[in-house]
Write a protein of this length. Sequence first.
Lengths: 324, 525
Amino acid sequence: MVYFIAKRLIQSVFVMLAVAFLAFSLFRFVGDPITQMTGVETSVADQERLREDLGLNDPFALQFMRFTGDMLQGDFGFSYRTRQPVAEMITKRIPATLELGIVALLISLLVGIPAGVYTALRPRGIVSQAILMATLVGVSIPTFVIGIMLIFFFGVQLSWLPTFGRGGTVSVGGWETSFLTIDGWRALILPAVTLGVYQLTLTMRLVRAEMMEVMRSDYIRFATARGVPMSRLYFKHALANTMVPVITIIGLQFGGVIAFSIVTESVFQWPGMGLLFLESIRFVDIPVMGVYLVVIALFFVLVNLIVDLLYVAIDPRLRIKDVS
Amino acid sequence: MRRTLGKSLLLGSAISLSVLTAQAEEFKWASTTDPQTMDPHAVNSAPVLSFLNNIYEGLVRRGRDMSIEPSLATSWEPLDGENGWRFNLRRDVTFQDGAAFTSEDVMFSYQRASDEAADVRSWFAPVTDVRVVDEYTIDFVTSAPNPLFPSSIANFMILDKDWAMTNDAALPARDAENYATMNVNGTGPFTVASRDPGVKTVLTPHDGWWDEAGHNVTEATFTPIGNAATGLAALLSGEIDFIQPIPLQDVAQVESRDGFKVLEGEETRVIMFGFGHEHETLLYSSDVTDANPFSDPRVRLAAAHAIDLASIDRVLFRGKIEGASQLVPAGISGYSEANSSRPEYDPEKAKALLAEAGYPEGFSFGLKCPNDRYINDEALCRAAASMFAAVGLDAELSTGPVRDYWPQLREDDFDMYLLGWSPGTFDMEHPIRFLMHSQDNERKLGSWNFGGYSNARVDELLPLIQQEIEPATRQALVDEVVAITQEEVAYIPLYTQPLIWAAKDNVDLTQRADNFFMLRWVTVN
C-alpha cells in the first residue's frame, strides 16, 4: 500500500512537469506582460529594460528551466501584477475554492444520491419524471446563466442572499473559513448550488442507472425472496453495490469542480483560486498562471489517488487481491 | 440622523454613537479592476492613480472640473533667470502617521518617482535638476521653458521620506513587494485601514487632513467586481452604493428602478482609427499587394467619409456619444476651435475619392481592433467594416483582447487599427507628443504613433508648443498642427467615449472626466 502511494506521488511529479511545460509553451500566446504592467506614457526603452530584467527575452527553454528549477527549490516567484509572492497569493485563495467545492460536492451527493435511488425505484412515478425533467434543464443551462439567474432572483428580487463575495470569514490557524459565521454560510449557498448543479445531475443519473441495473440482479431477487426488509435491501445491498462507479466519477468530477470553479467564482466574485487565475490571464501574469496550473495538476493527481484508495475501502474484493 | 447623533452624544453613549455613524456614512463601492499596488510610483495606470489620489496628494491637484488647483503647494511661479518652476509648499501638513510634511519629502519623492524602478518616471523627462530652497520651497529646473509642467504632475504623489526609509521602501518594488506595496502613509483625506488584494480594501478618513473634509464618509469599502452583471446585481441588491463603470446596455435597467441613478458624462478619451502610413504594402489585402493605398491622403479621407457616425451613435451607443474632430474633446486645453468640424458621412464622395486615387473598385485590407478595451469596441469595428464595404473598402476584421493587441500594433501588424486616447496632461500637447510626432524612441516621442505618421512641420511645432507661454501664440501653433493632421487625415477621430457610472439615489458624488473617483466629494444622505 505504501509502495502504491509512493509510486503515485512520484508519478505526480512528472505529471506536474508536463503540465508546467504545456502551460509555459502556451503562455507566449496569451499576450505581452510588459504592456499590461506599464502605463501608456512609459517609454519604449523603459519597457525594453523591464522585459530584459524579467528575463522575457531569454529563450523558451531557459525560461522554463528557471521556472521549474525555482519551483523545485520552493521558490514560486513573484506576481508581475502585484509583486506579491505567488505562493502566498495562491495559498490565501485555496480555502475559498476548496470550501466552495466541498459544499458543492456535498449538495450534489446529499440531493443526488437519494434522488437517484428514488427515481430508480419508482421510474414511472410523476415525481420521478418531474425530477428527471428538472435536472435535464439544470444540466443544459450554462453555469454562468444559472449563477446570474440565482443572483437576480434570490439576491436582487428577494434580497435573501448576498450577490457576491464570501461574506463573513473567520481565520482559523491561517485558514479563512466561511463555515463559522451565518454571513459566511449565506454567501456560500448560491455559488455552491451553481457549482453543484451539474455534479448533482450527474450523480443522480448515475446512481439511478446503476441502481436499476443492480435491482435486476439475481442476488437482489434472492434477498427479496428471503424476506430481507426493503429499506435494508435498498440501502445496504443495492446501494453499496452501485457505489464503485459513482465514486470514480464523483472523484474525477471533484477535480473538475475545483479546476472549473473559475466560472462560478467569476460570476459571484468569489475570491478563490479560479478568480485569481482569471485576473492573471487578463494581466498576463505568467508566474501566477504557471503555479496555478501546476497546483491544479497536483490536485487532480491527489484526487485520483484518494479515489483509488476509496475503492479498496468500498470493494472488499480489491483488498483480497492486494493481500494475495 | 444628525439629531439622533446629537442625542446620543448628549447621552454620552460612545457605543451607540459609533454604531449610528457607521450605519449612516459607511460607503461601499466597486469597480472592475483592483489597484494592483498601493505604491504611488510603481504603476502609471488609471485604476492605481485614481485609487491612490484618495490617500496621497501631489503638489497640485485637479478640481471637479479638472482644473488645476493648489494642493501640497500653495502657489508656484516660473523660476527667475532659468527654466523651471518654484513651488511654495503648504505648512502644517501632516502625513497619516503624524510626521510633518516638508520640502525634503518632495525631494525624496521626486528621486523615487524618477528612478528607473518607477513607472511614472516619464513625467520627469523634462526635469534636469531639483533643488530644495528651504523647508517649504522647492525648485524644479527644466531643460526648456515648460508652462505645462505644474499640471503634468498632478498625479505625482508625495511620500514621507522617513517612513519610506525606515520601512525599506526607498524605491518602488521591482521584483518582490515591499512595504509600500501594501501599506500607505500619505497626506490625503483617507488612509487604508485594511487591504486584501483583489478582494477588499477598507479606507478610513485621515483626521489630520489639512483641507476641510467635504465628504461625510466614516468608512469606505472598495471591492473589485470584474463581471459586469455581478456588479450590477450588487448595486441593485443594495450591497454596494456606487459602481464605475456600468455597461451601456444596463443603463435602462438601472434607470427603471426606484432608488438608483445613472451618472452620464464624457470621458476625455477620443476613439479613432489609425493607418499604417509608413508601410510599403498592405499586409492583409487579397487584391492590392504591391502598394499601400493608405499612404494616399485621398484614400484616408475616403475612409473618413465612409463612416456614418450618426448610425453608430443611435444603434451602438443609444445616442450617448459626441463626434470628435480632433484627438481631444472640446473643453480640453489646446482644443482647436478653428478646426472643429469632422468629415461628414458621404459615401458618394468616398467613392469618388477612391476613384481619383486610382482605386475605383476599392480594395481589401486588414482592420485590427481590441475587444475588451473600449466601450463596444468590437461592435464598433463590425459596424465600421460594413460601412467601409459600402464604398468598396473591404475590411477584413480581426479582434482580440488588449493584452494581445498592443504587441500586434507595436509589431506593425495591421493595415488599419482602432485606438482610444485620453490625454494624460489634459492638454492637446499630449496626443501630439504621443500620436502625431514621428516615432523617435531616443527622444521618447511618438511612442504610440504605431502607423508611423510623420510630418516635418508637426515635428517642428511640438517643441514650440511645449515651450510657448503666451496662450494665443500657443493656440495658433496647436491650430496649425490640428489643421495639418486633419488635412492629411493622420487619424480618423470618431467620438468621445461616454462615461457611465451608477449609484444609489442617496449618494452625491462627482464624476470627473478622467474617470477618477474621489471619495472626498462623496456625501451619503
